[in-house]
Design a binder for this molecule. Structure first.
Ligand SMILES: [Zn+2]
Length: 371
């Protein structure tokens, strides 16, 4: 019996000897790949947490939010107006539903003086909710996700015989507001929560010279020094852009300005969304939305959009029925995964020192961190 086993034993030893170099090579390759991943922080596939985030962001929920915020009843959400106040109450009610911590100066509301030169002028409100991070150290660092919930109100005089006088602002920017709400819902569903804390801000007064975000930058609810990134959302619903259909794509302003771009590009790769540089809009629009005031404090801050130009831009025809909610859910999957990655990343994003147009932000970052 023993004698009959010898040939099998010899074959096994030879087999092991022959497979050893291949196995060793595989181990070396895997080690190199994991080292490269550690450097680029690039996930190779969807994690269970990412799948939960994606599963919680739904087209019907987005449609529900936008159809209310952009309804005629809210009269175009001018600053200040009763319609804007109703929108703020709606947003706060959703934050309560998700269990976010109130982070304004009065519950979820941060009062904003509408006229910058007069702190006693009429007040409007930013709406601010906080999802506390789960890591004992990193929970004291913050990622901001934002959009603006105001728009431009109603037309005083009918033009061209039109009876519709209400600028509903469905794409600009009820779409961004609904997306912030859905990402907040998705991230608050995670157990454990993301490692860093996430602040969800719906700014007022964007259409009045970015007053809401400028106020926040001057009166931050958490230290700017501890705020590692800011992603702002604009115009995510319309895919019928003036230059052609925009499906499963996102533009990011200041595409080459910071490494935050790579986080969104990677999240897009995992969710089948292409994150692109719009050659004419990328740098030109960098300071045209609510990321601008935060970027000027030194925080890597960008705005993501589906399209910059669309047929009803700042017109009464920007109605909720014209948005593509399936596509909106898809791009929000990429945004949700990107925010999760920022909140969990080993290192914060950095401004690109090699790109000359980003120089003033590199300087602002150094100034902020030298204090
Ligand atoms: Zn806007």
């Amino acid at each position: 019996m023993l004698r009959r086993m010898w040939p099998a034993l010899i074959l096994t030893i030879c087999g092991l000897w022959m497979t050893y170099p291949a196995a060793a090579q595989r181990a070396r390759t895997a080690k190199r790949a994991s080292k490269a991943r550690a450097v680029s922080d690039e996930p190779v596939g969807l994690t269970p947490a990412m799948r939960i985030v994606i599963g919680h962001i739904k087209a019907d929920a987005l449609r529900g939010h936008v159809s209310f915020l952009a309804s005629d009843l809210l009269e175009g959400r001018d600053t200040p107006s009763r319609g804007l106040d109703i929108a703020a109450e709606y947003i706060a009610s959703q934050f309560r539903r998700y269990g976010l911590e109130p982070a304004g100066d009065h519950e979820y509301f941060q009062n904003v003086a509408v006229r910058p030169d007069d702190p006693d002028s009429a007040k409007s409100r930013n709406v601010v909710g906080l999802l506390r991070g789960s890591d004992p150290v990193l929970k004291d660092e913050f990622v901001i996700l934002s959009s603006h919930y105001d728009h431009v109100g109603v037309e005083k005089e009918p033009k061209d015989g039109t009876k519709d006088l209400i600028f509903n602002g469905a794409n600009d920017d009820a779409s961004g507001t609904a997306s912030v709400l859905e990402v907040a819902y998705a991230l608050s569903s995670l157990h454990p929560r993301p490692r860093r804390s996430v602040i969800f801000v719906l700014f007022c007064c964007e259409e009045k010279g970015l007053r809401g975000s400028r106020w926040y930058a001057e009166h931050p609810v958490v230290p700017l020094l501890k705020t590692i990134a800011h992603l702002n959302l604009e115009q995510l619903g319309r895919t019928d852009a003036t230059e052609g259909a925009k499906l499963a794509t996102l533009n990011l302003t200041g595409f080459d300005f910071s490494t935050l771009t790579q986080t969104l590009v990677g999240a897009g790769r995992l969710t089948d969304v292409k994150v692109l540089k719009d050659e004419t809009g990328s740098d030109a629009y960098f300071n045209r939305s609510d990321n601008g005031p935060l970027a000027r404090t030194g925080i890597p801050a960008h705005t993501a959009s589906v399209a910059y130009g669309f047929p009803d831009y700042h017109a009464v025809g920007d109605e909720w029925q014209k948005l593509d909610y399936d596509n909106m859910a898809k791009v929000d999957h990429a945004i949700g995964v990107a925010v999760l990655r920022l909140a969990n990343a080993a290192a914060p994003p950095k401004w690109n020192e090699a790109y000359a147009p980003a120089a003033q932000y590199v300087e602002a970052y150094k100034k902020l961190h030298s204090k």
